[in-house]
Design a protein. Structure first.
Length: 373
């Protein structure tokens, strides 16, 4: 088992194209860390630098306390599971799983023991004599994971392993990988663009955007205490709603005013918003914190655009007069119709306020709309 530490790691391609900027990441022993972010944010490139498949342009990589920048991939004691499975089509499942051990000259008995043990963990014993073309996508992914497991590496790396599977199978495999992590008790680093995968599987999540780490924290802290507007909008499904408001003082209280509604922040929020009186900020509220409850003191007013019944709940898409689109998750008993003007109650202690100006927060050029509170 091992810790993985990245210290001010850069990746710069020819032509001075920089895709990763001074990333500092500490992955603890036996921890399951997920890198998440939109396509092109640098997460897979960072994973490939850890694996040794991409050269580190600047900074240092340590695995188990040893500097790995110039160590070949085969000597890093890591195993990687790829998006496209990367199985040998002419080999059986057994031979695919055993291949890495055979080239390392493991004894035959040891190879059989390891392969059978991994096959049992992944429930693929009946397929050991088949070739990959005779397997489903989910079964091939299990074989790819089995090939990694038999190595018993210090660190497992997963590069979007579920993205080729259908939605139902992704949910099943998500649970399989979580169970595998609990059983193996090995350091795991997992890359995905799917924030639901990240939230449900990770001990900690690295949120990346444009090559920069935006926030590195536990799933619940990312959800409840986002560092900036990007994190708030990326984590959560459906994502957080945003609308511009102006901070004003009325009757000794600080309020957030929109042309369609006015909300009164909590006492803690008012204290944080005091320096922003007279300025425009972004008001953020999650869909589950909007309620069909006219008795709530803080309400937003908007027009219904779309109603999506989902059985256990209904998504109601609304828009304000200035064109801001919002989503609410409501009880299925609500009877709103398209074109109707409605008022929804807001749970203010779950809401957030963000600066509207992007600020350069460090010397490497990372810019973000910071969460005020």
């Amino acid at each position: 088992m091992a810790e993985v530490n990245l210290v001010k790691v850069d990746k710069i391609y020819p032509g001075n194209v920089q895709v990763v900027f001074k990333n500092d990441i500490d992955v603890k022993d036996k921890e399951f860390v997920v890198f998440v972010g939109p396509s092109g944010c640098g997460k897979s490139t960072t994973l490939r630098m850890i694996a040794g498949l991409e050269e580190i342009s600047a900074g240092d990589l340590f695995i188990d306390g040893k500097r790995m920048n110039d160590v070949p991939p085969k000597d890093r004691d890591i195993a990687m599971v790829f998006q496209n499975y990367a199985l040998y089509p002419h080999m059986t499942v057994f031979d695919n799983m055993a291949f890495g051990l055979k080239i390392r000259k493991f004894p035959k008995e040891d190879i059989e023991t390891r392969v059978n043990e991994a096959a049992g963990i992944l429930h693929i014993e009946p397929f050991l004599d088949r070739k990959p073309k005779a397997l489903s996508g989910g079964q091939r992914q299990r074989v790819a994971m089995g090939r990694a497991i038999v190595r018993k590496p210090k660190v497992f790396l997963f590069d979007e392993p579920l993205s080729n599977l259908d939605a139902k199978l992704r949910v099943t495999m998500r649970a399989e990988i979580s169970r595998l992590a609990h059983r193996l008790q090995t350091t795991m680093i997992y890359v995905t663009h799917d924030q639901i995968e990240a939230m449900t599987m990770a001990d900690r999540i690295v949120v990346m955007y444009n090559g920069h780490i935006q926030q590195y924290d536990t799933p619940l802290n990312l959800y409840n205490h986002p560092a900036n507007k990007f994190v708030a909008g990326f984590i959560g499904s459906p994502p957080m709603n945003f609308v511009n408001v102006k901070i004003a003082e009325e009757g000794g209280k600080i309020v957030a005013k929109h042309q369609d509604f006015t909300v009164t922040p909590t006492a803690e929020q008012q204290a944080a918003l005091k320096p922003y009186i007279g300025k425009e900020v972004t008001f953020g509220v999650r869909p589950e914190d909007l309620h069909d409850d006219k008795s709530m003191p803080n309400k937003i007013k908007a027009v219904v655009d779309v109603v999506e019944p989902l059985g256990a709940e209904v998504y109601v898409y609304i828009s304000t007069s200035d064109g801001a689109s919002m989503t609410s998750r409501l009880d299925p008993s609500c009877t709103y119709t398209v074109g109707q003007t409605i008022e929804l109650g807001v749970t203010m202690d779950k809401a957030h306020f963000f600066e509207n100006e992007e600020k350069q927060t460090n010397e490497y050029g990372k810019r973000e709309e910071v969460c005020i509170i």
